[in-house]
Write a protein that binds this ligand. Structure first.
Ligand code: NAD
Ligand code: MG
Length: 397
């Protein structure tokens, strides 16, 4: 079998690293066609030596220049936003791993979808920002979107093939599904005194108890905005209504999500908390390949526990669920405000508890009247909300 040609957007990040781990396990099945990064020259230089891509893209021009000096004879180095988009729709590529963090990933992810690629979707923000539009583009081009986010990948695995083949437009009830149960650990502050949350440090917030991830998603996990974004992601992928989707706290992160059927059956996907498993599942779909992850040792598991989310502790989760049922504009705004707030928290400009304040302010201030649901309007709203959030951070935090 000829190996499948893979482009990894965000190759220097946490998901990028796990994807390359799966590639290294299966060199006969996958070849790296192109890799993209932002500013991490040392990491990209190392990846060029190890994986020999045909070319790489650094979105930052200075980083690209530096890399060219280091790797002049090894591969082509391109720079900038258009080069990212070009890599995403490269005719030589079969599969694109969309693993850039945040709104920066939208254009290249959308380009891969429009080009009809098999898109391994980690960049949940792209789906939260554009929702139905992205799914419609996939339907038009015939692109297959395969969820990489562990929860959505878990649900995908527990759903029948007819649903898997119609993501975005499936009918869960027709397949006998009564509910999707979206699990989340509750993050590092699940049992932390509520009144002390305003004083938590960046180091505490990014120290996730079960998963090792990039800084932004780690903060999102601590506020549970991550689960909120995932709620919106699940609604878009699996076309759920309000009664068909529920968040459950499951501190051990062993069950990665579940599907409840009409007859009382519940199918769950379990495994070690290692992203290489959902990535391998998506890369090989519908086959199964080695991911390099240790099998789950049931006898070493002490207990599996469950609880309802506490919205006082996790106001961001409540904001996200409300936005999900308000409108597409609200979820675009929620994501934009959250990105600015998380960045400000990571730069120590605002407190942990200010993140929800920034998001709430932006959602309340948002005016969605006279807006039409097209990409240009959504991007304009995204830009406006980022400015509003910056201003709130400057003046009111
Ligand atoms: P990360 O911060 O570790 O890596 C982000 C990647 O994006 C890097 O390669 C970086 O170079 C690139 N990047 C950052 N800013 C960029 C910009 N402006 N332009 C172009 N490239 C840019 O993040 P991560 O944890 O790997 O997460 C990536 C995505 O996957 C996020 O959307 C996240 O929500 C999602 N995800 C991550 C995990 C996880 O376990 N890490 C799990 C599920 C979903
Ligand atoms: Mg997840």
């Amino acid at each position: 079998m000829t190996p499948r040609q893979l482009v990894i957007l965000g190759a220097t990040g946490s998901i990028g690293r796990s994807t390359l781990k799966v590639v290294a396990q299966n060199p006969q099945l996958f070849q790296i066609h192109a890799l993209t990064g932002h500013r991490n020259v040392a990491r990209m230089s190392d990846l060029i030596t190890r994986f020999k891509p045909h070319y790489v893209v650094m979105s930052d021009e200075m980083a690209a220049n530096e890399l060219r000096e280091q790797c002049a004879h090894q591969c082509e180095v391109y720079a900038g936003a258009q080069a990212l988009v070009d890599a995403s729709c490269d005719s030589q590529a079969d599969m694109v791993m969309a693993a850039i963090v945040g709104g920066a990933g939208l254009s290249p992810t959308l380009a891969a979808v429009r080009a009809g690629k098999t898109v391994l979707l980690a960049n949940k923000e792209a789906l939260v920002m554009t929702g139905l539009l992205l799914m419609q583009e996939a339907q038009k081009s015939g692109a297959q979107i395969l969820p990489v986010d562990s929860e959505h990948n878990a649900m995908f695995q527990c759903l029948p093939e007819v649903v898997q083949q119609q993501l975005g437009f499936c009918d869960l009830a027709a397949s006998g599904v009564s509910k999707l149960l979206l699990t989340g650990s509750g993050g590092p502050f699940r049992d932390y005194p509520l009144e002390s949350l305003r004083d938590v440090t960046v180091a505490q917030a990014i120290a996730h108890p079960n998963w090792s991830m990039g800084a932004k998603i780690s903060v999102d996990s601590a506020t549970m905005m991550n689960k909120g974004l995932e709620y919106i992601e699940a609604k878009r992928l699996f076309h759920t209504n309000r009664d068909q989707l529920e968040v459950i706290i499951h501190p051990q992160s062993v069950i990665h999500s579940m599907v409840q059927y009409r007859d009382g059956s519940v199918l769950a996907q379990l495994g070690e908390p290692d992203m290489a498993t959902p990535i391998a599942c998506a890369m090989a779909y519908p086959q199964r390949i080695s991911s390099g992850v240790e099998p789950l040792d049931f006898l070493a598991l002490k207990e599996l526990t469950f609880a309802a989310p506490d919205y006082q502790r996790y106001p961001c989760l409540a904001l996200a669920i409300d936005a999900c049922y308000q409108s597409q504009f609200a979820t675009t705004a929620l994501n934009a405000a959250n990105e600015i707030a998380v960045e400000a928290f990571l730069n120590q400009q605002i407190r942990f508890t200010d993140i929800a304040r920034v998001v709430e302010f932006c959602l309340t201030a948002m005016n969605e009247q006279h807006r039409s649901l097209d990409l240009e309007e959504l991007l304009a709203l995204d830009e406006q909300i980022r400015q509003d959030a910056h201003q709130f951070v400057r003046d009111r935090c």
